[in-house]
Ligand binder design. Structure first.
Ligand SMILES: Nc1ncnc2c1ncn2[C@@H]1O[C@H](COP(=O)(O)OP(=O)(O)OP(=O)(O)O)[C@@H](O)[C@H]1O
Length: 270
């Protein structure tokens, strides 16, 4: 698909976020990461805003995963700084930033296949509530977890499948379940690594709608190769090339940039 045609007949994102004041919740300045002598990410500035969906795109090897790893503190930057919710997290560890509300959903589905859909969400909620190590719980505490688990399943359209083993779900619905378990952690900033990878059209549509919905109450930053999804879903797009930011802006602006078209030549069918 070409960058220019990706938006197609797409409607504006729900709730037209351009009408809301912007609030930066995660930002990086001058981010750089070297591996040996190789500079994988250089001079990256990024601002991720509350209630917006922000896409990080770029050709293979552009540095998207490295930026994700830096923001989530799985990698330490060689230089530069990162702020989350007005706190400097440049030297924090992943567990600390996760507790602060920066939650990452991995590219590979991370659900427990033999547990039911409902139990997968309950386990995530138990962790979030610090109940995981208690071998017994008052019934009322369990009821509260059940209630919240059902709310989350309803939010992602999986309530009917709640008693099925996660292993029996389609690939797309497993990814949806994974998003539900991620939401159980009450993220303020949600980082999604190629949430649509390997999905059919119908699942892409479902997951797009879920992401749009969850972004009403939090910031979402996603790596995404599907440009049609980026065009329809994302309020802001940052384009990386060879570790550096080529440009950043709304889809229309970015897709009209000749340098972006050149960067994508030969990879537009990704
Ligand atoms: N641990 C590492 N050691 C050495 N080089 C690395 C390491 N991690 C990433 N790189 C290099 O850094 C560059 C950026 O890689 P990265 O995985 O961040 O790109 P990407 O944009 O996510 O690519 P893709 O779209 O293919 O996943 C690549 O040249 C890669 O080979």
């Amino acid at each position: 698909m070409s960058l220019a045609s990706a938006r197609g007949e797409a409607a504006l994102p729900a709730g037209d976020p351009s009408s809301q004041p912007s609030q930066v919740v995660l930002s990086a300045r001058g981010l750089r990461r070297e591996f040996g002598g190789f500079v994988a990410v250089n001079n990256v500035d990024i601002d991720v805003e509350h209630a917006r969906v922000h896409a990080l795109i770029g050709p293979n090897g552009a540095g998207k995963t490295t930026v994700f790893n830096l923001l989530t503190k799985f990698l330490q930057p060689t230089s530069g700084s990162i702020r989350l919710l007005d706190q400097d997290i440049t030297r924090s560890d992943p567990a600390k930033v996760a507790r602060m509300g920066l939650v990452r959903s991995f590219q590979i589905s991370a659900v427990f296949p033999h547990l039911s859909v409902l139990d997968n969400v309950r386990v995530a909620l138990q962790r979030q509530n610090g109940l995981a190590t208690q071998f017994w719980l008052p019934l009322r505490a369990l009821d509260r977890l059940n209630e919240r688990a059902l709310q989350l399943l309803e939010a992602v359209g999986l309530q009917e499948a709640r008693h099925r083993a996660a292993a029996d779900l389609s690939y797309g619905r497993k990814r949806v379940l994974e998003i539900a378990t991620t939401l159980a952690l009450e993220p303020k900033v949600l980082l999604l690594d190629e949430p649509m990878a390997g999905m059919g059209h119908e699942d892409v549509h479902t997951v797009s709608a879920i992401i749009r919905e969850v972004a009403r109450e939090r910031a979402v930053l996603m790596v995404e190769h599907n440009l049609k999804v980026v065009a329809e879903l994302c309020d802001r797009v940052t384009v990386l090339q060879r570790g550096e930011i080529l440009t950043s802006g709304d889809y229309r602006t970015v897709s009209g940039d000749e340098r972006v078209r050149t960067a994508y030549m030969g990879t537009e069918d990704d």
